[in-house]
Design a protein around this ligand. Sequence first.
Ligand SMILES: Cc1ncc(C[n+]2csc(CCOP(=O)(O)OP(=O)(O)O)c2C)c(N)n1
Ligand SMILES: [Mg+2]
Length: 323
Amino acid sequence: MNKLLAEEIYYNMVLGRTFELAAKEHYMAGDISGFLHLDIGQEGFSVAAMKAFEKGDVFTTYREHVMAIARGMDPRAVMAELFGKAGGISRGRGGSMHLFDPSHFFYGGDAIVGGQIPNAVGCAYARKFQGSEDGVMVIFGDGASNGGAFFESLNIASAQKLPLLFVCENNGYAIGTKITRVAPFEKQAKKAEPYMMTKEVDGMDAVAVYEAVREAQELIQAGHGPVFLEAMTCRYEGHSMSDPGTYRSKEEMGICKSKDAIERMESYLKTMYGLTDTQLQGVQRRAQATVDDAAAFAAAAAEPELSELFEDVFCKERVNASF
Ligand SMILES: Cc1ncc(C[n+]2csc(CCOP(=O)(O)OP(=O)(O)O)c2C)c(N)n1
Ligand SMILES: [Mg+2]
């Protein structure tokens, strides 16, 4: 990976973690309500996957703030969405789980576990039909891979040879349930093996994730059909702000945090490109300033108009007159 890209990925990882820590603080202060799922610990995967799949459509889960920012969305608009403000990326109507921006080919954020998977299949079908070569990436958790829609999606994507990259972000848990209690194996790629090529990557290693996603996208762009990538990650916080995470031992968390993706990227930048601690601290300060600015913007932004309350809720016209 060249220096410029490595620095860009590092900045976005630090920005992501700083953003998440600020979101946590604002949630506790009552500025953010509803659900808030933090991505702390998984930033290496989130940022590298977005940077690698720069061209193409992206569908993902509710744990998507860091991905949205890495994709190019303005941190101000993302934070304002968390605050439920009119200046939010989804006009304050979606909140944390529904960051949506077609101009960046980023279609959420989905509160329905696994709901994004069949949506991505539909998009991949459309892209194939349109002759577009970039491909579609869908990211989902290990828990989501137990749902029926996931298996149906594997089936139809492989039967139709769709340009779709399935990425399972396996953090080992669905809320407080360990994946091995509800699935017969720890690695979920096994479920996709009869249908398509599968690969595994260390999701705590941003450089490896970047390379694995690039390679997989090249395969789908070459008309290879769908590919399945499994990234093994680790979340540091509870499932959401309402989960104290007491089901994981100190020992387990210690092992988890010893793989920290940000620290790993720092050693990479130091050994490969001779970056100094002072330079890395400069990056951290830049990230902090961006997040402070985003939070100040969100706090000062206007609430959505009350008159908009029922907008985009009901269909205004009959689509089919004979219906
Ligand atoms: C269809 C559906 N069932 C259940 C839930 C409740 N729920 C929210 S998140 C979650 C766990 C999902 O775990 P996983 O797919 O591994 O994602 P992670 O949060 O670990 O990234 C569940 C069961 C939901 N939102 N939607
Ligand atoms: Mg999970």
